[in-house]
Design a protein around this ligand. Structure first.
Ligand code: LLP
Length: 387
């Protein structure tokens, strides 16, 4: 056992694979449920997109979280993992008829509607099924988040949500439609947000919109502030549980909820990022003309975040105690972007050493592909691995 990795057990497994430390996951979930219990009108939905591994989902659903889904496939996966249908919310700019029907037939708790045409289609399909769909409007709050440009979503230029200035129009429309019931407002400003001031800005914007609605005598039951809480990729061991206290207290202190309103959250990354590592072996150590490469058997088909977002993940050689050397840590895929980290300081690497790419529980396995006809990575929970 080195650190928290059961190396002896790893030696019997084919790499690459995702390894999930369920103690960290459970601790994170326990911390979330403690906060939610303190404030009875809070409900946290786990954003399935971050990691839809059925074994993890079973653990997460057992803690009483709801599910935030963005496709029919995610709705089905959530139901299969035991999330109650009335805890499922469904977002996405391009919900197909088939996906809407799946949601309606299962009586999900809320469709987070992102456009007028979508609202009309949901109404029509609900009419066909002689049911009523509960809908929230995803409002684009035009609030920027200090995070990677590819993962900010709440700016006016982004494709997401209904523009603030169209909110009245859509509320007028919904009152004329017979098979949709307007129950809430939904927001999401981006992901990997560590600056709590961004969430304060969101609260301020929601307060303004709620005041505007109050003037029209409209009070909705649900306010959904989306997800976005970030994690410490630099120091996965220093603070494996995200700063939930600061996060929840922003909403407690800055958001003016009306009596009987429920506040919904859709956390993905903060729930699962730190419990997961991508474990691979060094296939070759190669001396290039000007640098040294550690070539892994994992590539961007297994973890695409560094290639796609230039995301940083801490990388460790968990087999070696030797003095550190500098490597470009790369995968075997036939593209120059298949690089996990340039100039990475690793304990001296040898063919066959185990390399852990940390904080990979969120948007790792879920974004894996079969590019280059590679197999999808396997996954193991710490509970399943016996030394
Ligand atoms: N709610 C909505 C409407 C979302 O679009 C997202 C994430 C979440 C909740 C969950 O956000 P979280 O709590 O995980 O930040 N693949 C990217 C992240 C994309 C996030 C997409 N939306 C990455 O690897 O960084």
């Amino acid at each position: 056992m080195k650190g928290s990795f059961p190396l002896e057990s790893f030696s019997q497994l084919e790499t690459p694979f995702y390894y999930y430390d369920t103690a960290i996951l459970r601790e994170t979930l326990a911390a979330i449920t403690t906060h939610v219990r303190e404030t009875r009108n809070y409900k946290v939905h786990y954003a399935i997109k971050a990691n839809a591994n059925p074994k993890l989902l079973r653990i997460i659903s057992a803690y009483g979280l709801g599910a935030d889904c963005v496709s029919g496939g995610e709705i089905q996966t959530a139901l299969d993992a035991g999330f109650p249908s009335d805890s499922i919310v469904f977002a996405g700019v391009g919900k197909t008829d088939k996906e809407i029907l799946l949601g309606l037939r299962n009586g999900i708790s809320c469709f987070n509607v992102e456009s007028i045409p979508e609202l009309e289609v949901i109404n029509e399909l609900a009419m066909q099924l002689s049911t009523t769909a509960r809908v929230a409007f995803r409002i684009n709050p035009d609030v920027g988040a200090h995070t990677h440009a590819n993962i900010t979503t709440g700016l006016a230029e982004n494709k997401f949500g209904i523009a603030m200035e169209d909110m009245d129009k859509v509320i007028d429309l919904v009152s004329r439609l017979t098979h949709v019931r307007f129950i809430g407002l939904h927001f999401h400003i981006g992901s990997q947000i560590l600056d709590m001031a961004d969430f304060v800005s969101l609260c301020n914007r929601i307060n303004e919109l709620q005041e505007h609605l109050s003037r029209r005598q409209i009070v909705v039951g649900n306010i959904n502030v989306g997800g976005g809480l970030g994690v410490d990729y630099q120091h996965p061991d220093r603070k494996p549980i995200p700063d939930l206290s600061s996060y929840f207290s922003v909403f407690r202190n800055h958001l003016k909820l009306h009596a009987h309103q429920t506040l919904h959250f859709e956390l993905g990354r903060a729930v699962v990022a730190q419990c997961g590592s991508l474990i691979s072996r060094v296939t070759f150590v190669k001396q290039g003309a000007i640098k040294q490469f550690a070539i892994l058997d994992a590539g961007f088909s297994d973890l695409i975040r560094p290639a796609l977002y230039q995301a940083y993940h801490k990388i460790e050689n968990i087999s070696s105690e030797e003095a550190k050397q500098t490597y470009d840590v790369v995968g075997p895929i036939c593209e120059s972007s298949d690089v996990f980290q340039k100039a990475s300081e690793l304990n001296k690497a040898h063919r066959g050493d185990f390399i852990a790419i940390r904080s990979a529980g969120a948007y790792g396995e879920a974004m894996a592909s079969c590019y280059n006809c590679r197999q999808l990575p396997a996954s193991y929970l710490s509970d399943e691995i016996h030394v």
